[in-house]
Design a protein around this ligand. Structure first.
Ligand code: ME8
Length: 519
């Protein structure tokens, strides 16, 4: 049953340009959006940039520019990266936009009017990189013997901040949060992350300061214009802004709460505790689903802009010989991150792993299938593609592949989804190896095997569109099909037997030339 699918990425800080971690979240959300378009859902895909707060103010100060100049520069870099990676977002939201200021003020005014916000003095340990306070027991001891504890994420000294602020009565929502987090199916996936969220709630919730007096770079508090909202309490609301909160109630009611937030594990607390509590306090439903992934690690260290090892997406798409990075192309890049990084646990990144995946799945399996079939059709069938056999041994394999691919995308398991799709490619290659049509005389047997393989190429081109944004259309063109595989509908258009036969088939150059490890 087609429905509505609203998917979001975190909105990224604009203190620096995008790196592979950002690309990973964004590609995952993009693949989910593309999958849901394929099954006929009405999709809204939101990404954007988080432009307020102390961290951005400081990044701008360091460069001697204004915060909005800093935000303009970085947000343009994010848009460039997403254009490079074929990210099909419907909305790119910048938190400095007037629509977002209006929605933030409307939502938090509602929370204030409901009596969930009060004034108090706060003093605590703050990590500017996280834009978050930590309790003393959450801090890590400084291995160099410094007096001040370190942020557990960035391993940088925290700063003590004291302010008169407005506080959100988070503690009052513990029971409702626990009730929400224990519903089935779980609103937080994978299961281990639900337990982490529950641990935060059961560990005891303290009220939280949601405004800053010492800062002007933010959304002004409507009932106290001398303060701005704490950046996280404006940032989270971006998910509501995009679908019309406060501006278009009908639209908001259509999309909310059917949302899937794709996030990294570093921001679970904000999404599984603060955000749902804030929504409850404003009289809205908590989000439908949080899909939480692990970190990409290079040699075990988090690849973040505050660590030394940062890699930009274009260094892997176009290659970077100086660093020894291969040119994966857009499809190779997307396929690697969706297939090799299992959604949930941390994953290690290596050049060897990327080259191996590209060569195995794209060059040797899919590329090779296309090259073999088109070559043999050229030689044995005068370049005219035969129709598949209704009783082909691959027909059942194809049905299974569609079912398993669908189940895995529905469960937000891209790696398993691509495994299921590629099983069909492998089976088609196996059939060709067994039948060896290149050695046989032209005739019905050869036509049947080649027709089956062409049908697999047609189906796989459709099923692979969430990951591969370039190759599927080219595969279709070479096997003589018109149109766009991404415009198909699953499951109807991937039923066995759709390749009509009688179409001109073109050989062409290798779709995915093999990569060598040395670049
Ligand atoms: O946290 N591996 O923005 P941010 C995988 N503005 N993913 C990674 C990663 C890594 N090594 N490093 C970063 C913020 N990410 C806030 C979000 S949302 C209302 C506000 C990804 O620029 C991952 O998705 O620090 C993580 O959650 C996000 O980037 C953090 O991006």
């Amino acid at each position: 049953m087609p429905g509505r699918f609203y998917v979001t990425t975190p909105i990224y800080y604009v203190n620096d340009a995008p790196h592979l971690g950002h690309a990973y979240s964004t590609i995952t959300a993009d693949a989910l959006a593309r999958w849901h378009r394929l099954v006929g859902d009405d999709v809204w895909f939101l990404t954007g940039t988080d432009e307020h707060g102390l961290k951005i103010q400081r990044a701008a100060d360091e460069r001697g520019i204004t915060p909005i100049e800093q935000a303009d520069w970085a947000s343009a870099r994010f848009r460039e990266a997403w254009a490079l990676l074929d990210i099909s977002y419907d909305d790119y939201l910048r938190t400095t936009e007037p629509r977002h200021h209006a929605a933030t003020q409307a939502l938090l005014q509602r929370v204030y009017d409901e009596g969930h916000i009060y004034s108090a003095t706060y003093s605590g340990w703050y990590c500017v990189s996280c834009e978050a306070y930590y309790t003393p027991d959450e801090l890590v001891d400084d291995p160099h013997g410094g007096d001040v504890g370190l942020c557990p994420i960035h391993l940088r000294p925290v700063e003590e901040l004291t302010e008169d602020n407005w506080f959100f009565r988070l503690s009052a929502f513990a029971d409702r949060l626990e009730e929400w987090l224990t519903t089935d199916p779980s609103p937080v996936r994978p299961e281990g992350k639900r337990n982490e969220a529950l641990g935060l709630v059961r560990g005891g919730l303290q009220d939280i300061s949601i405004t800053r007096r010492s800062l002007t770079w933010g959304v002004p508090v409507p009932w106290d214009p001398d303060q701005v909202f704490y950046v996280w309490f404006d940032a989270l609301i971006n998910y509501a802004t995009s679908v019309g909160y406060g501006a278009d109630p009908e639209r908001f009611a259509e999309w909310w709460p059917h949302v899937h937030h794709v996030i990294g594990k570093d921001i679970i607390r904000f999404h599984s505790v603060y955000w749902p509590a804030m929504l409850m306090a404003a009289g809205e439903e908590p989000p439908h689903q949080l899909d939480v992934h692990g970190f990409l690690l290079v040699g075990g260290a988090k690849m973040s802009k505050t660590a030394a090892n940062k890699i930009a997406p274009d260094q892997l798409v176009g290659g970077d010989p100086a660093e020894g990075y291969p040119a994966l192309g857009v499809d190779g890049f997307r396929h690697h991150f969706l297939h090799d990084q299992r959604f949930g646990p941390d994953g290690d990144l290596s050049v060897e792993g990327m080259v191996q995946r590209y060569n195995a799945d794209l060059a040797n399996n899919l590329g090779n299938l296309l090259a073999r079939v088109t070559t043999v059709v050229g030689k044995k069938c005068d370049g005219v593609g035969p129709a598949p056999r209704p009783d082909s041994p691959l027909a059942e394999v194809a049905v299974d592949a569609v079912v398993a691919t669908t189940a895995a995308w529905d469960a937000v398991m891209p790696s398993e989804a691509l495994d299921a799709t590629w099983r069909l490619v492998r089976e088609a290659n196996a059939l060709l190896e067994e039948a060896e049509p290149w050695k046989a005389d032209p005739g019905p047997e050869v036509d049947g095997v080649l027709g089956d393989a062409l049908e697999v190429l047609r189906i796989v081109a459709v099923l692979a569109t969430p990951a591969l944004t370039r190759a599927p259309a080219e595969i279709w063109r070479r096997i003589g099909l018109d149109g766009d595989p991404a415009a198909c509908r699953v499951p109807d258009d991937v039923a066995w037997g759709g390749y009509p036969g009688g179409l001109p088939v073109e050989r062409g150059t290798p779709l995915f030339p093999r990569l060598k490890l040395d670049g």
